[in-house]
Every structure is written in structure tokens, then in C-alpha cells.
Design a protein. Structure first.
Length: 387
């Protein structure tokens, strides 16, 4: 996106990428059909960026979900409802985009891994290439080296260390949109790993989770992952309790009435199944997380069906999660996304310290920051040349 903005402004643009081909994570994001956001009121959309809303909002003012839709149209890709139809694959879009970039004069140099700067004033970059190390001078540099998840796709988080060594404020990369590990008993793990936990609610939000051999994940957990991760970090190793409502379709009073209703000769398990549809993995989770005594006490059982504490200990490893938080702090950048201490060096995308849920919010902010950084570089070059 930065390259596109720079080329549109008449700059001579070279793109360097560490991998043999471009956009591997972009292709992975769109493998099963890429999710880009529905049109959503601007305020709600900006709210998806949580603690970084104030920093991301100006980027979206420049390039929002409607702009993404128009951009996709401009590439000749059909769109409807979501910016892409739900089965839209990223590959045809990337092909069309690369074609357009090359046609506008952008040169791509693959297998060039950026190793930081070769000089004091950050105008010469070092690259490791198949032909050995190269030093290349640039008038402006836009870095978009990604976060730290799925390092096999190219972004391994190492590039920001070169910036940190130049005094740039960089927060450690941490997992985002991630699952969490729980100390399941062997019995529960064996019986329920792989089972979807459907129609539950956590923190008032309804959705679905998945029990895994390591713990719990799924769209509902991903959506809450920033808060869960922060609370685990503050717990000093004790983990935190996710409070799960196993019967969000019923009020607490109704659940209490049903649980307290005489069950005659039936076991409590079949009573819960027939009156509250709690069976299988939901029943298993109740038994896993409640003591025998709590399960045997109808008042406690009823209360826990509506608020079952499930202790999680840590996020899954960053290499396997969807995205990362952490990276270059916005406080190190000006409004054009230029590094305060390194004039002419701009940053964009997931390498910046923000996070958002899946569903297209990640790519939209990556696109927006790319445009802002590209246009910022263009403006900076013009100002420099005019001076
Ligand atoms: C499985 C999966 C599913 C996803 N689904 C969605 C989705 O549906 N919707 C959504 O919005 N987002 C989704 N995402 C997230 C989205 O793909 C990323 O947020 C986005 O690709 C980040 O873009 P970026 O350009 O900042 O970084 P990246 O896409 O990671 O690109 C960074 C590039 O920099 C290169 N690079 C890294 N270091 C160096 C270096 N030192 N020198 C040279 N080159 C370097 C890398 O090779 C890479 O090509 C998904 C991610 C994953 C892993």
C-alpha cells in the first residue's frame, strides 16, 4: 500500500522482501476466504482498536472499510456485502495488485532481508541476499515487516530489534487473537479436546469456543484475548478465570428454577440435559471446573451454570496465533508514521503496537497505515527537496 501511494505520487519505488515471494501472510489470511469487515458505523469500527483507537482512527479517516471496498473494485475484483464475498480468495487479488504495482514502475526484490542501517543517519540499509550482504542508499524508507506470528510466512519480529537498537520505543511482541492454555485433567482432555462449545457467553458476549488439548480457543476467545492476556500478565503466574455462561438463552432465575425442579429418579446429568440442554462438553466442563460438593449443591450448580469460572494459565505460543500486539510504539512516530528519531524512516502495518479482532480489522488498519506512511514519505521527500 505504501509502495502504491509512493508510485502514484511519482516516486521511484523498490520493494524488498525477505521471502522468495510477496504477501505470504496475506495469502494465508485469505486462504479459506478472506474476511474483510462489513460496513459498520464509524464509531463502532474505530472501537475495535481498543486501547489504540485514538492512534488508529486518523489512519481510518484516510482509508476506511469503504475505501478498502473501492480499492478492491479498482482491482477488478467483484465484491458484495462483505468487501469480498465470503469465499473470496486472496490469490487473485494479490495477482491483480502485483500486476498493477509492476505496471506503475514498482520494482520487487525478493530474498532481501533488511538488517538495519549501515550508517549513522539511517539513509543506508543493510540487506542479506542470496549474493551476500548489500548496502543500499534510500531517500526515504517505509518499513512494514509485520508482527511476530506465523514466522514461517516471513514476519518473525526481528526487524524491530534493529529499530530498538537505534533508540526507537518498541514493546515486546505478544500473542493476539489467540487461544489460552488450561490445565485440563487427562480425562476431560481425552474426552472433549476438539469439541466445539456452542451457544455460550463470556463477559456478556455470545459466541462459540473450542476445547483443545491445550486449553480453549475459538472466535469468542480471540475476540476477548487482549483483556485475558493482560489479566494473566497481571496475575503473577496465577492465571485468570474466564467466566463462562453455559446457558445464555436462559435467565439466572429460569436456570435456578429448572435445576431446583425435583428430578425424581433421574440423575442430575439427565435432568440438566432435558431441562437446560446441558450435555456433552458443557456438562463435562461443569464437572471439570466444579468440585463434587459444588456440583451436588443445586443452588451452587445453578449459579455456576450461568457463571462457570474456567482458569486459563497462559496464551498459546506467538508462532501459532493469528496476530500479535506489541512492536513500534506510536509515541515514537509522528502523524505521518515517521519515526521521530529517524527522519525519512516510516513504519506501517502489524509491526506497530496495536491490535484488533479478526474479521478484517487487522488488514484494514494495515492497509490504512501503509497509505498514510507512503503518503507521509512522499510529503517528506517533497518538503526536503523544496528546502
Ligand atoms: C492464519 C491467519 C489468518 C488471518 N486472517 C485474517 C483475516 O481474515 N482478516 C484480517 O484482517 N487479517 C487476518 N490475518 C492477519 C493479517 O494477515 C495480518 O495482520 C497482515 O498480513 C499484516 O500485514 P503486514 O503487511 O503488516 O505484515 P505481513 O503480512 O506479515 O508482511 C510483512 C512482510 O515483511 C517481510 N519481512 C519481515 N521481516 C523482514 C526483513 N527483516 N526484511 C525484509 N522483509 C521482511 C515478510 O516476509 C512479509 O512479507 C490473518 C493472519 C493469519 C496468520
Amino acid at each position: 500500500m505504501a509502495a502504491e501511494a509512493l508510485a502514484a505520487g511519482g516516486a521511484s519505488v523498490d520493494v524488498f522482501g525477505a521471502m522468495p515471494s510477496v504477501g505470504r501472510k496475506f495469502l494465508m489470511a485469505g486462504k479459506g476466504g478472506m474476511n474483510l469487515p462489513h460496513s459498520e458505523p464509524a464509531d463502532a469500527f474505530r472501537g475495535r482498536y481498543g486501547a489504540r483507537r485514538a492512534q488508529i482512527a486518523p489512519l481510518l479517516d484516510r482509508f476506511d472499510a469503504d475505501a478498502v471496498r473501492a480499492w478492491v473494485h479498482g482491482l477488478g475484483v467483484d465484491s458484495s456485502g462483505r468487501v469480498f464475498p465470503t469465499d473470496m480468495k486472496a490469490a487473485p487479488l494479490l495477482r491483480a495488485w502485483l500486476h498493477r504495482l509492476r505496471a506503475s514502475g514498482v520494482r520487487l526484490h525478493m530474498r532481501h532481508r533488511w538488517l538495519g542501517f549501515a550508517d549513522e543517519d539511517a539513509s543506508v540499509s543493510r540487506f542479506v541476499t542470496p549474493d551476500g550482504e548489500k548496502s543500499l542508499r534510500h531517500d526515504a524508507l517505509v518499513l512494514a515487516t509485520g508482527g511476530a506470528s506465523w514466522p514461517q510466512l516471513g514476519s518473525d519480529g526481528r526487524a524491530v530489534a534493529h529499530l530498538a537498537s537505534r533508540g526507537v520505543d518498541v514493546a515486546p511482541f505478544v500473542p493476539s487473537n489467540c487461544g489460552f492454555e488450561a490445565d485440563w485433567t487427562p480425562l476431560f482432555r481425552e474426552r472433549f479436546a476438539g469439541e466445539p462449545l456452542k451457544s455460550v457467553a463470556i463477559e456478556g458476549r455470545a459466541g462459540e469456543c473450542l476445547i483443545t488439548e491445550h486449553g480453549i480457543e475459538g472466535s469468542l476467545i480471540y475476540a476477548l484475548s487482549a483483556g485475558i492476556r493482560e489479566r494473566i500478565a497481571a496475575s503473577g503466574g496465577a492465571g485468570m478465570e474466564i467466566v463462562v455462561d453455559l446457558a445464555p438463552q436462559f435467565s439466572a432465575e429460569r436456570v435456578r428454577e429448572e435445576v431446583l425442579h425435583p428430578c425424581g429418579a433421574r440423575s442430575m446429568s439427565s435432568h440438566l440435559q432435558s431441562r437446560l440442554h446441558i450435555a456433552g462438553v458443557k456438562a463435562g466442563l461443569l464437572r471439570e471446573c466444579l468440585s463434587k460438593e459444588a456440583f451436588a449443591d443445586p443452588e451452587t450448580l445453578a449459579a455456576r451454570i450461568k457463571s462457570l469460572p474456567v482458569r486459563v494459565m497462559r496464551a498459546r505460543p506467538i508462532a501459532e496465533v493469528i496476530s500479535s500486539a506489541g512492536g513500534v510504539a506510536f509515541e515514537s512516530l509522528d502523524v505521518r508514521l515517521m519515526l521521530n528519531g529517524l527522519p525519512g524512516v516510516f513504519c506501517a502495518g502489524e509491526m506497530l503496537d496495536w491490535e484488533a479482532p479478526t474479521g478484517g480489522y487487522l488488514l484494514t488498519a494495515c492497509f490504512a497505515s501503509g497509505i498514510v506512511a507512503g503518503e507521509g514519505a512522499l510529503a517528506w521527500l517533497r518538503e526536503r527537496d523544496a528546502a
